[in-house]
Design a protein around this ligand. Structure first.
Ligand SMILES: Nc1nc2c(ncn2[C@@H]2O[C@H](COP(=O)(O)OP(=O)(O)OP(=O)(O)O)[C@@H](O)[C@H]2O)c(=O)[nH]1
Ligand SMILES: [Mg+2]
Length: 551
């Protein structure tokens, strides 16, 4: 009784019993999609993020007059405000998730000007560091997720005020006055002219900003490490680098000190301008998934089952007999030994059932108390012929590792947002190779291939050339109960599929060579022929990695 309670508690903590415990340490599962926060077996994982960014506010100009012995009315001497700090985005290979990116970024403000012509210091640049593979987009006007820009925020603050109050508030935000001179200043024509000029500049700036937003909204696809060129002229003690990344929000200009407003008629201007607000912008950041191999197939073809088979059941991805079970890409890791076997290939769990069935079985086992006396991994994983079972001993013989992404099903017209659309294909842009998975028990599996390839091309021209293999899944359904006629029929069907692939599905690799796709009949559910699939995948990954290294 006591033991079974202990196991239940353990199971609760670790997912589902001993299997959950194992995968807690062994499996890297990354999900990507519309969710903001996805739990990765206990580690928070962010893959999409909206951030609001503001450039630093400019420092205020200063109203001051020079004071010196025997100079009764010194000249205006207020310094200008410093520029607000700019905000940049820089991709770095040191990060692997967006979880460290702040949601609100405020640039460093510029310093205020001071008397004796002292200008304020400029705000330092701020760098938002994001992982490689981040896509940055500006959220357009009209989208509810977008934060107000500096002008809209002011308009909102002025709402409901009468004209006089509005004018006073707007002036207060823009002007500094010499103590007790505000009322007399605003009466002066020369001040009104200066104010008019200021508003004109502001309108131009605003117009420029809107035009930029419409014509070239920020879009950055940060796939590569940015070169940080050393700056030979940097002063000693300062970092000798001059690349901050991509500017996304500039800091506001500093205000003008009162000497700026000095003219023949007005020798002692008693006003100065305040610093401008920094640019405000809302960005969406999205991290493209990185997996070496991407699985592409129609709903229900068995992609998720296949991922579970090649990872020895460690990848936690849902399998069910209906379309669109998988809603977000899921990445699993395949670990291989030098003899071509992979972790989990000899696991006692050869059949990858639908997840709900497996969960029920496990629950049943636990309730029956079977788990209590089951041998532990250490007890079972020790002997020589068991070394490809999942377990820590695999570390000793592992010599190759790659990742596979299980994706949602793709269907015809996905590009027109039918089904789940195909936005998740973005996560496959960075895959080294793609693998088609078709349901071989369907009447015409070759038709599926044409649709899949069409959708890939629709999404991104040339993308289908990353395909390397066609997996004819569910082959177990064809062989029937082993009668010769059924087997003969299955052979003929496989031949027909191969002929189709070889004549219609050729691809051109990076070097311009024409490649034939491999066609492999498998049964993901019963782990048949999976070793061959893993071996071929390894070859594609090795090939792509080495040619990437050369380029
Ligand atoms: N007989 C048999 N059934 C299989 C095989 N592979 C998968 N299935 C079954 O096919 C159904 C769909 O499998 P999934 O792995 O969920 O398919 P999927 O391609 O991931 O589907 P979506 O996530 O909807 O795109 C499930 O009922 C599986 O048990 C196989 O090799 N043989
Ligand atoms: Mg699936």
């Amino acid at each position: 009784m006591k033991i079974s309670r202990h196991i239940k508690e353990n199971a609760k903590q670790n997912g589902s019993g001993s299997k959950g415990y194992e995968s807690y340490f062994r499996t890297v599962i990354i999900q990507q999609g519309s969710h903001n926060l996805i739990l990765n077996q206990g580690n928070g994982f962010l893959d999409e993020l909206i951030i609001s960014v503001r450039g630093g506010k400019g420092g205020d100009g200063c109203v001051a007059f020079h004071r010196e012995k025997f100079v009764p009315n010194g000249p205006p001497s207020g310094g200008n405000g410093g520029r607000g700090g700019d905000v940049y985005i820089l991709p770095t290979s040191e990060l692997s998730s967006l979880s460290t990116v702040a949601k609100r970024v405020r640039g460093d403000p510029g310093g205020n000007g001071q008397g004796t012509w002292q200008n304020g210091k400029n705000g330092s640049p701020f760098i938002i560091r994001v992982p490689l593979g981040t896509v940055v987009r500006e959220i357009p006007r009209g989208d509810p997720r977008r934060a107000k820009d500096e002008w809209e925020a002011e308009e909102e603050a002025l709402e409901g005020l009468d004209a006089g109050e509005k004018q006073a508030k707007m002036r207060d935000k823009r002007w500094m006055h010499y103590p007790r001179y505000m009322n007399s200043n605003v009466e002066k024509d020369i001040f009104k002219e200066a104010e008019e000029a200021l508003y004109k500049q502001e309108r131009e700036r605003r117009y420029g900003r809107r035009k930029r937003e419409l014509q070239s909204p920020i879009f950055l696809d940060l796939d590569k490490v940015e070169e940080v060129a050393p700056d030979p002229n940097a002063p000693l003690g300062m970092p000798r680098k001059d690349n901050f990344g991509h500017l996304v929000a500039s800091g506001g200009q500093g205000g003008m000190g009162n000497p700026h407003f000095q003219t023949q008629e007005n020798r002692a201007p008693k006003w100065a301008t305040r610093g401008h607000e920094g640019e405000r912008i809302t960005l969406s950041l999205e991290l493209k998934l990185l997996a070496d191999i991407g699985l592409v197939g129609m709903p229900n073809a068995g992609k998720s089952t296949l991922l579970r088979a090649v990872t020895g059941g460690r990848a936690k991805t849902e399998v069910a007999g209906y379309a669109f079970t998988t809603l977000n890409p899921v990445v699993g890791v395949v670990r291989m030994a030098n003899d071509g076997t992979f972790e989990g290939s000899l696991s006692n769990q050869h059949i990858h059932e639908e997840t709900s069935i497996e969960d029920a079985l496990e629950r049943q086992k636990m309730e029956d108390g079977e788990m209590a006396y089951a041998p532990t991994r250490n007890q079972t994983g020790g002997s020589g012929d068991n070394e490809h079972r999942t377990g820590h001993r695999f570390d000793l013989i592992e010599n190759f590792r790659f990742t596979i992404a299980d994706n949602p099903g793709l269907i015809a017209q996905a590009s027109e947002n039918v089904g789940l659309g195909h936005s998740f294909l973005r996560s496959m842009e960075r895959s080294l190779a793609l693998v088609y998975v078709v349901d071989f028990s369907a009447p015409a599996p070759w038709d599926e291939l044409a649709v899949l390839r069409g959708e890939l091309e629709q999404y991104q021209p040339q993308m289908s050339h990353k395909a390397r293999m066609v997996i004819a899944n569910k082959s177990d359904l064809l062989a029937g109960d082993g009668n010769p006629a059924a087997i003969e029929e299955a052979r003929a069907k496989l031949k027909r599929l191969e002929d189709y692939v070889h004549s219609e599905m050729k691809v051109v690799d990076r070097n311009g060579a024409i490649l034939q796709l491999d066609v492999v009949p498998v049964s993901a559910k019963f782990s048949q022929n999976i070793k061959k699939v893993v071996g071929l995948m390894k070859a594609y990954v090795e090939d792509a990695r080495s040619s990437e290294a050369i380029v």
